[in-house]
Design a protein around this ligand. Structure first.
Ligand code: GLA
Length: 337
């Protein structure tokens, strides 16, 4: 076996729908991820997955990744179309991530495939490259958070990322706080078209008042369209909450963390309108459990997962599937064992 590449998924602690307008996010890479193993060679990239009986067989001159089947092969095709490797690859994909649950299974796949195919560059370059692959594969104008977190994760630390400068500042997670991801069970069927719609509203806001990353509440109040104004208000208040959350995390300030997470969920629900009744109910239920510091929906919304910060070892009596996740290091090629 020639190559073994591993890439983590991510959970976003706070700062959703801010990356595509150059705002602040605070995710961490997690200890669930995707491994691609195999050998370079041949005239196609050919991968089998333990999650789907249908293989991905992608020719090196693939033209339109979005039309490739099965669905998961699109992400492989996106990477091949960006990288144009000189030789193919034959191997296997194994993942511990739930698929399509908001933990960036697609970003982990892209980053692991890119490394397996021989991508050579910095973490930021890898992230930019895989963001383009994702956009080509899915048609969704996603931001850079998922791919960047998977590429540059740091063990034991969350990452405060400025999506304008791409400056990444690790933020230490206190030892007595655990990060728990709880699956709502709802899958994100509407996410693609709704994501594009929300991103377009943010662009409309920027056309009217300039970059949202620098906008003030008074600027947002000037926006004429009521819906666009609310979308923009989410973005600028969410940027403020990321900064407040990072400060509270460093200080172990439970009340500050709880307020930022509750504010984020309410804003995603009311102003950005990407929550669902299922997510709202789960966040409400979990937030009131003993030992829970705060909870909110995480990622794009429209289903997927809730993230909670909890006091270490606090039981969370929900019947949903959940994972107590650890902040993990970013993607890498592992030496052959
Ligand atoms: C998806 C996108 C990210 C980001 C989140 C919402 O995960 O891929 O770029 O916009 O949604 O924060």
């Amino acid at each position: 076996m020639d190559v073994r590449a591993w890439a983590p998924g991510r959970v976003n602690l706070i700062g959703d729908h801010t990356d595509h307008t150059g705002g602040l996010v605070l995710p961490m890479a997690i200890d669930l991820g995707t491994t691609v193993t195999g050998e370079r060679g041949g005239g196609a990239v050919s991968l089998r997955s333990t999650s789907d009986p249908r293989p991905a067989i992608v020719s090196l001159d693939v033209d339109d990744p979005a039309t490739v089947t099965p669905d998961w092969a699109r992400y492989v095709a996106g990477v091949v179309a960006e990288l144009r490797p000189a030789v193919g690859f034959e191997g296997t994909v194994l993942t511990s991530l739930p698929i399509g649950a908001g933990l960036s299974s697609s970003a982990a796949l892209e980053v692991a495939v890119a490394l397996a195919l021989g991508f050579d560059g910095s973490g930021i370059e890898l992230a930019r490259f895989c963001q383009r692959a994702e956009q080509r594969a899915s048609g969704v104008p996603c931001g850079i958070m998922d791919q960047l977190t998977s590429a540059v994760g740091v063990e034991g630390q969350a990452l405060r990322i400025d999506c304008t400068s791409l400056a990444v500042d690790p933020v230490l997670l206190p030892r007595d706080i655990e990060v728990v991801v709880i699956d709502s069970g709802e899958r994100r069927e509407l996410a693609n078209s709704a994501y594009a719609d929300r991103a377009a509203a943010c662009q409309a806001a920027q056309a009217e008042i300039g970059p949202l990353a620098n906008a003030t509440p008074a600027d947002v109040d000037r926006i004429h369209d009521e819906v666009v104004r609310r979308r923009a208000r989410h973005v600028i208040t969410e940027n403020q909450r990321v900064a407040a959350f990072a400060t509270a995390l460093a200080a172990g300030d439970r009340a500050g963390l709880r307020a930022a997470m509750a504010g984020s969920h309410a804003s995603l629900r009311d102003d950005f309108e990407v929550s669902t009744p299922t997510l709202d109910a789960l966040v409400g239920e979990v937030s009131e459990m003993p030992g829970v510091i705060g909870a909110r929906l995480t990622g794009a919304g429209f289903g997927g997962c809730v993230v909670a910060l909890v006091e270490r070892d606090a039981p969370l009596p929900v019947s949903n599937q959940m994972w107590r996740v650890l902040a993990s290091r970013g993607a890498h090629v592992e030496p052959p064992s």
